[in-house]
Design a protein around this ligand. Structure first.
Ligand code: HEC
Ligand code: HEC
Length: 234
């Protein structure tokens, strides 16, 4: 019972800390569609914090379609109307969130919810679009410098052509510098040990200090790509 309370409160706090929760979307035609379509790849906070003109929303939706969002023309029109109406410049912002002193640490499985829209719940990814983590994270960890690089890709993202287990990808992976060191360590320990993945011999669990050590480098996604090329992954 207590465990469930902690999980529910934790998820609510994470939502408010990442921006505004879905409560920040006013009622109106198209709202349900926005909630359904716009949080498969990222938090709805990416959307609720914006105040944009119709033209800018139009091009943002086109950008999301280039990232792989699928919409029928009717769905697209309905979403555009909603965003242009309720998230227009000058529209009311959500009430300020209370300052959170010490957000509870989420488990690795909970933090992984941010990844499932692309890498999928089973870690298999989508061939040619989102690379697999299942069967692949151990390869990264076993490469010389791979452990540090895995932290870097999580903090700073990755963009550009890569090959994973013989398949090519050329997409965008967002960075997650906003996660706390404890959450990032829990996430990495999760993806290193799920779906049959195991830590390579001699390697222990990720620590918070290991995450902190890679912060402040301010790498671009392209620099992370260049560093990946040194790992010799195939
Ligand atoms: C197929 C995955 C996907 C879907 C679905 C998706 N997005 Fe995105 N979105 C992305 C990616 C990738 C980024 C870039 C993240 C970054 O740069 O850190 C992004 C970033 C954004 C940003 C930040 C501005 C920018 O250009 O970086 C906004 C605003 C946004 N999305 C709005 C939306 C809206 C509105 C929807 C629903 C209509 C939506 N997204 C659905 C993948 C998606
Ligand atoms: C919007 C979709 C999206 C989301 C959300 C996302 N990723 Fe990715 N991820 C990608 C793409 C696309 C790539 C490959 C980038 C490229 O082609 O350069 C990638 C690459 C990676 C890689 C590096 C694989 C390699 O061999 O280079 C790791 C590790 C990874 N993601 C883990 C995660 C984790 C963990 C999360 C959740 C916190 C996450 N990703 C969230 C799309 C996403």
């Amino acid at each position: 019972m207590r465990k469930w309370i902690v999980i529910v409160v934790g998820a609510a706090l994470l939502g408010s800390w990442l921006g505004f929760g879905q409560n920040a979307l006013p009622e109106g035609p198209g709202r349900d569609l926005v909630l359904q379509k716009c949080q498969t790849c990222h938090e709805i906070g990416f959307v609720t914090r914006e105040r944009q003109t119709r033209e800018r929303w139009d091009s943002l939706i086109t950008e999301m379609q280039a990232y792989g969002m699928r919409l029928t023309p009717e769905e697209r029109a309905s979403i555009l109307n909603y965003l242009a109406t309720f998230l227009a410049p000058g529209a009311a912002t959500a009430p300020a969130q209370p300052v959170i002193q010490a957000a509870p640490t989420l488990s690795g499985a909970q933090v992984y919810n941010n990844c499932v829209g692309c890498h999928q719940a089973n870690g298999a990814g989508l061939p040619g679009v989102f690379p697999p983590l299942a069967g692949h994270v151990p390869d990264i960890l076993a490469a010389r410098g791979g452990r540090e690089w895995l932290v870097q890709v999580m903090l700073y993202g990755l963009q550009g052509p890569i090959t994973v287990r013989g398949a090519t990808y050329n997409g965008v992976m967002p960075g997650y510098a906003q996660f706390s060191n404890a959450e990032m360590a829990a996430l990495l320990n999760h993806i290193a040990t799920q779906w049959g993945n195991t830590l390579p011999p001699g390697q222990g669990a990720f620590s918070e200090a290991e995450i902190q050590a890679q912060r402040g480098k301010n790498l671009s996604a392209q620099q992370v790509l260049a560093a990946r090329q040194q790992l010799g992954l195939r």
